[in-house]
Design a protein around this ligand. Structure first.
Ligand code: CP
Ligand code: NVA
Length: 308
């Protein structure tokens, strides 16, 4: 069965460790497993980090990335998501996509599976999840903290796509997650069930100060995600008091590092002083997007049996 990567728990915990191990290897130690293979990178939404890090990860493994914008393929407008997937699979070894609706990825993977086409589909962010980001987040935490099991991450903000993949990944790695969100943007009951099934320890509160107690890392994401721009004013009101700022940092252990998937809005979910301060590791985290993607692609190549 083809190994699609639509959410972080499509990997087993030992496979997740394996991807992080591959991501930690110097480029020179990885064989060019994508030699002369194409990797499609479809974007229905904008991207700075994901596009560049993915293109360079593909190139580092000897492959050829082809970035494709929303208008070019017109998923479900020019042709169906299934036909886009079947078409791109004629040329590419991996089909990566950033989509408006998570269901699009599920349909693409389903169409390829039904046709017996062994091309993995990789989620480059959907409304539900951002598993490639979570790989980079865990890689950064591992570099900063060493062994992950027993550590604690505090997440302050919207329990949305980035939170979901991070929380699932933390659960798989034995990292406790303390989440502070306004009640209407708190983790959904289904997510809590899935987290517990993954063995996660999750504490949910509406109080950021309570969330950061004992945290080894503090994480936040934008209040208004791509596609929610018409809710921006209401979200600013809902998230007032949830800024990761110097005051909040004083309530956390002094060794805590600060992470943000970026893009950041200084003065909203994070203050400039914290984002640009000494505890911030956001640029290391951004750089790790490339290493994490290289690790994931190398792992897929190994399980799919591609050789240089
Ligand atoms: N963090 C992240 O996915 O950034 P981009 O939206 O710029 O790709
Ligand atoms: N939650 C944000 C993440 C951006 C990387 C969004 O979906 O826009």
């Amino acid at each position: 069965m083809t190994r699609h990567f639509l959410e972080i728990d499509d990997l087993a915990p030992d496979e997740l460790r394996g991807v992080l191990d591959l991501a930690s290897l110097p480029v020179a130690e990885l064989p060019p497993v994508l030699d002369r293979r194409g990797v499609a990178l479809v974007f229905e939404k904008p991207s700075a980090r994901t596009r560049s890090s993915s293109e360079l990860a593909v190139a580092a493994l000897g492959g050829h990335p082809v970035t494709i914008g929303a208008v070019e393929v017109g998923i479900d407008t020019r042709e169906t998501a299934e036909d886009v997937a079947r078409t791109l699979a004629c040329y590419h070894a991996v089909l990566c996509a950033r989509v408006l609706r998570h269901e699009t990825l599920v349909r693409m993977a389903g169409a390829l599976d039904t046709a017996g086409i062994a091309v993995p589909v990789v989620n480059l962010l959907s409304d539900q999840s951002h598993p490639c980001q979570a790989l980079a987040d865990l890689l950064t935490l591992r570099q900063e903290l060493g062994e992950l099991a027993g550590r604690t991450v505090a997440y302050i903000g919207d329990a949305n796509n980035v939170w979901r993949s991070l929380a699932f990944g933390c659960a798989m790695a034995g990292v406790a997650v303390r989440t502070a969100s306004p009640a209407e943007h708190a983790p959904a009951p289904d997510d809590m069930v899935r987290l517990r099934q993954l063995g996660g320890t999750v504490h949910v509160t509406v109080d950021p100060v309570e969330a950061v107690a004992g945290a080894d890392a503090i994480y936040t994401d934008v209040w208004t995600s791509m596609g929610q721009e018409n809710e921006a004013a209401a979200r600013r009101r809902a998230f007032a008091g949830f800024t990761v700022d110097e005051d909040l940092l004083r309530s956390a252990p002094s060794h805590a590092v600060v992470l943000h998937c970026l893009p950041a809005h200084r003065g909203e979910e994070i203050s400039a002083a914290v984002l640009d301060g000494t505890q911030s590791r956001v640029w290391r985290q951004a750089a790790n997007r490339m290493h994490a993607m290289r690790g994931l692609l190398a792992w897929l190549a190994a399980v799919e049996g591609w050789s240089p």
